[in-house]
Structure formats: structure tokens, C-alpha cells
Design a protein around this ligand. Structure first.
Ligand SMILES: Cc1cc2nc3c(=O)[nH]c(=O)nc-3n(C[C@H](O)[C@H](O)[C@H](O)COP(=O)(O)OP(=O)(O)OC[C@H]3O[C@@H](n4cnc5c(N)ncnc54)[C@H](O)[C@@H]3O)c2cc1C
Length: 471
């Protein structure tokens, strides 16, 4: 039975309209068959924009995208159909010397679905339940509030039990608002993470989680115009290749096509061991002269040099991650996306992990066992299940990305003593990249298993077992 009164909806405030926050809004609306959710999105910037770069979506994440109704609009934007045929993700090429060579191909079922970030974000925006999207079925009410920078929140539990909107949100230069559940999807420098962790009973134990740590690594990102590359180097292999990873000691780069073959997305990283444990000084991302990128990879494989010659305006990103947190949620506040689990980009998994957070949370909140006016205890149980599913899953990814980065940059104990540009026996390289391929074994796994466990836990916690309560 649909719920008519706004007062009876569960008000979910999503702070941050990045991939994680927008995915949550889309997933809540798609699964809210009982019309019991009211979504308010608050975003600090005056408009929604994404950086000019590509993003890799794995088949596991694609599965979720389909379940929440994004399939039709997303599928045409990928460079190959989203099915589970085995495909090459990357050719691995030892490239830190003039005579680079192919080590092996890494293939996975379904390959990697590559897309321009702005296209992905637009697809999410177009699927929000807003009046400006007439083709979207509106189950949840939704508001999108730009120029709303959250600076603080307060949670006042009442002893009366069924309190409505006990969380008050404070914004810079805007009136305060209230909600039943506050979702911190405010990214790597999350304000809500800091407030939330400091307010935990054992908040002092979480001081090292307040700020991400610099991984002594920087990433240069750029979109290369394919036609410019074709003019300079008509037979360049990346023009017709699903993806190449150029590797060397402490450095590596990935290149793959996006936007129907218009651009090549390039991410090139360098790791400086002498800076480990230090703090990055300066802006975390900035445009840098192309010469800086070229200088970093001087002497590398000519094929790679030709590629970076076509870069126009690279941006340099100081890569940060965070110790895995042991809680993302308590009472009425929860964290998701990079706010909960900043990770290094070496598994191409950060955004996908935020989308998984969104999927699990949306399935829990929209389940019929959760009434439209849950008690504080019912909210606590839902958030506890979110923690039980998402904390270990995201923590494992954070750790896996560190291992993957060490493998890609040949920075493992077995290769100690080799310097950039040295010959390394091929059998040793094969061992490294077979391990990297194994580390990616999850990419086509089924996200429904986690959802089923979450719903089982909800049944055990809030109600009786009945097949009808599976959304
Ligand atoms: C080089 C690189 C390559 C990557 N490649 C991949 C990949 O291939 N695949 C993949 O899955 N992931 C990848 N990632 C990771 C991915 O980009 C992130 O995990 C993802 O974009 C994070 O999304 P988010 O919504 O959590 O945070 P964000 O995108 O940072 O969004 C947070 C939003 O919150 C807003 N905000 C911040 N503070 C406030 C406030 N106080 N009040 C209101 N709003 C606020 C911000 O303006 C922003 O819009 C990569 C990352 C890097 C650095």
C-alpha cells in the first residue's frame, strides 16, 4: 500500500552528489515499491560536474547498475556489450626501457566496461526521481540541493521512541534541515567522517582515520585525443587495443579507449619510496605542464613515449588511502563511498565499492520489514547490518588495492635489487602478473550474494522468514 503522507516517509539526507551519493538516490527510488522514502541530496558545489577522465566499471558493478534500472541508458556508452564473454583487460608490457616487450595478457569474464566519468554521472542524474526526468518512475520523493555545504550535524534521540527527523543538518550560509538518516557520501575529505568518528564513544581511538594518508604516489591523468595520436603515430597499437598496462620499477601506466573510441584515458603513476610516511604538501590535484609527465618517463618504451607526447593538459593527483575503518554507521548516521573507504585506484574499484554500499543500503531501507516510521531500535538494526556487510567487503578491497599497486610497480620483495630500466627475467614477471590477475578474481562475481545475506540478516533481526520480503 503506497504511503501518501510526506510525514510518514523515511527521510534520507544524502550529503555529496558524487557517484556514491547519486547511486544511492537512484537505487532507493528504483527499489522503493512502497513509496516510503523521501530523498534529500545536498551538494556543496553550485553545479554537478565530473573530472575529464575515464572510469572502469566491472561486470559485478554492472549487475547492480542493471538491477537499479540504469542498464538501458548505460549499455550504449560502453565500448563493448556488457556480457560475460572472456575479454582482455590489459596487455602487460614491460616498458621502463627502450626495448619494451609484452609480458602477458590479463583476461577476465566480461572484461572491463570503460566509460567517461561525465557520461556515467549524467546517466545517474538522468535517473534521479526528479520532475525534470519525465521517463523515470517516481517512487521516492527527491530534492537536489546544490550549494549546500554541510558543516555540522546533531542527533537528538528522544525517549518517546518513534521520533521523526531527529538529525539536524547545518550548512554554510543556508538554513538547517532535518532527516531520519544522514548518509555521508562526501568523498575523500569527508566532513561527516570526521564528525561521526569524533562522536563515537571511543572517538579517540579513531584519530588516525580522520584524514587519509598519502601513499607516496602520484597519478598523472589525461584524455588523449585519438585522432591526434593517429596523426603522430598511425600504427600505434593502443588505437585498436582493449587496454595496455606499461610497467616498470615503481612506475606504471594504463591506457584504454572511452567515449566510442574518441579518447584514450591515460593514468600514469610514480611511487617515491623516500617519501613513504610523509604528508603531501599542496593541492591534492592540479594541472601540471606536460613536460613533467614526459620527464618522469624519460627513457621508456618508444610506444609509451609517443602516447604521452599527445597529452595536452595532464592533471597530477596525490594518491591517498585510509586505514580500513571498522565501522561505517551508528544510530542515524552512516558513511559510504570514499567517505567510508578511500582506496588506491589500482583495482579500479573505488566507485564500484561506493555503488555496492548504495545497493545494500537501498535494499535494506526499502525492504518491507522496515516500516515507514521505524523505531530507533529498527534503525540501529538496519545500520548494524549495513556495517556487517560493507565494512569487511570494503576493507578487503582497500588492502587488495595496496597489494595490486605493489605488483604493478614491481615493488615486491622478490624483485628487490632491480632498478628502473633493468632487465627482469620474464618468468619472474609472469609470476607477478599472474598474481595480479588472481587478485582481480572478484570482478565478475555476483553482488546478489551479499544482498541475500543482508536480507537474511534483516529477517533474522526484524521479522519472520517469508519469501515475499525479498524485493
Ligand atoms: C586515478 C584514479 C582512478 C580511478 N579509477 C577508478 C576506476 O576505474 N573505477 C572505480 O570504480 N573507481 C576508480 N577510482 C575511484 C573513484 O574515482 C572514487 O572512488 C569515486 O569517484 C568516489 O565517489 P564518491 O561519490 O564517494 O566521492 P566524490 O566523487 O568525491 O563525491 C563527493 C561529493 O561530495 C561533495 N561534498 C564534499 N564535501 C561536502 C560537504 N561538506 N557538503 C556537501 N557536499 C560535499 C563533493 O563536492 C562531491 O561532489 C579512481 C580514483 C582515482 C584517483
Amino acid at each position: 500500500m503506497p504511503i501518501e503522507s510526506e510525514q510518514e516517509r523515511i527521510t534520507v539526507a544524502i550529503v555529496g552528489a558524487g557517484i556514491a551519493g547519486l547511486s544511492l538516490a537512484v537505487a532507493l527510488n528504483a527499489l522503493d515499491h512502497d513509496h516510503k522514502i523521501a530523498i534529500d541530496i545536498y551538494e556543496s558545489t553550485p553545479e554537478l560536474s565530473e573530472i575529464g577522465a575515464g572510469i572502469n566499471i566491472w561486470p559485478r558493478t554492472w549487475c547492480i547498475c542493471e538491477k537499479v534500472g540504469l542498464g538501458e541508458s548505460l549499455a550504449p556508452l560502453f565500448d563493448h556489450p556488457p556480457n560475460l564473454e572472456p575479454r582482455i583487460i590489459y596487455e602487460i608490457r614491460k616498458a621502463d626501457h627502450a626495448d619494451g616487450f609484452r609480458v602477458m595478457d590479463i583476461s577476465k569474464n566480461g572484461g572491463g566496461l570503460r566509460i567517461h566519468r561525465a557520461d556515467f554521472q549524467q546517466c545517474l542524474i538522468d535517473n534521479l526521481p526528479l520532475p525534470r526526468n519525465p521517463n523515470v518512475k517516481i517512487n521516492s520523493t527527491c530534492t537536489l540541493n546544490l550549494s549546500h555545504r554541510l558543516i555540522d550535524y546533531t542527533y537528538r534521540p528522544s525517549s518517546a521512541g518513534h521520533e521523526k527527523r531527529p538529525v539536524t543538518l547545518q550548512f554554510a550560509d543556508r538554513p538547517s534541515r532535518s532527516c531520519d538518516i544522514l548518509v555521508g557520501a562526501d568523498g575523500i575529505k569527508s566532513t561527516i567522517r570526521q564528525l561521526f568518528l569524533n562522536r563515537l564513544a571511543n572517538g579517540l581511538d579513531y584519530q588516525r582515520f580522520l584524514q587519509p594518508r598519502w601513499a607516496a604516489t602520484v597519478a598523472y591523468r589525461a584524455l588523449i585525443d585519438k585522432e591526434a595520436l593517429r596523426t603522430l603515430s598511425p600504427n600505434h597499437r593502443i588505437l585498436d587495443h582493449p587496454g595496455i598496462m606499461y610497467v616498470g620499477r615503481h612506475k606504471h601506466a594504463v591506457a584504454y579507449s572511452i567515449s566510442g573510441g574518441k579518447y584514450i584515458n591515460l593514468v600514469a603513476t610514480t611511487h617515491d619510496r623516500s617519501k613513504e610516511g610523509t604528508i603531501w604538501k599542496g593541492p591534492w590535484s592540479s594541472e601540471v605542464p606536460k613536460e613533467e609527465l614526459i620527464e618522469q618517463f624519460r627513457g621508456w618504451d618508444p610506444e609509451f613515449q609517443q602516447l604521452i607526447q599527445c597529452v595536452e593538459r595532464p592533471t597530477r593527483w596525490a594518491l591517498h588511502d585510509m586505514h580500513p575503518l571498522d565501522t561505517f554507521a551508528e544510530e542515524r548516521v552512516l558513511l559510504m563511498g570514499d567517505a567510508a573507504h578511500v582506496m588506491l585506484p589500482f583495482q579500479g574499484a573505488g566507485a564500484g565499492c561506493g555503488i555496492e554500499d548504495a545497493y545494500i543500503l537501498a535494499n535494506l531501507l526499502t525492504n518491507r520489514l522496515v516500516p515507514s516510521s521505524p523505531t530507533p531500535q529498527q534503525f540501529s538494526k538496519v545500520l548494524d547490518i549495513y556495517n556487517r556487510i560493507r565494512v569487511p567487503a570494503a576493507g578487503a578491497k582497500v588492502k587488495a588495492t595496496v597489494t595490486q599497486g605493489e605488483l604493478y610497480t614491481l615493488a615486491i620483495p622478490e624483485l628487490e635489487g632491480y632498478e628502473e630500466g633493468d632487465d627482469i627475467p620474464k618468468d619472474k614477471l609472469l609470476d607477478v602478473f599472474r598474481a595480479a590477475a588472481d587478485n582481480w578474481s572478484w570482478t565478475s562475481s555476483d553482488p546478489e550474494e551479499d544482498r541475500r545475506v543482508a536480507i537474511d540478516l534483516l529477517q533474522g533481526s526484524l521479522g519472520m522468514r517469508s519469501p515475499q520480503i525479498y524485493n
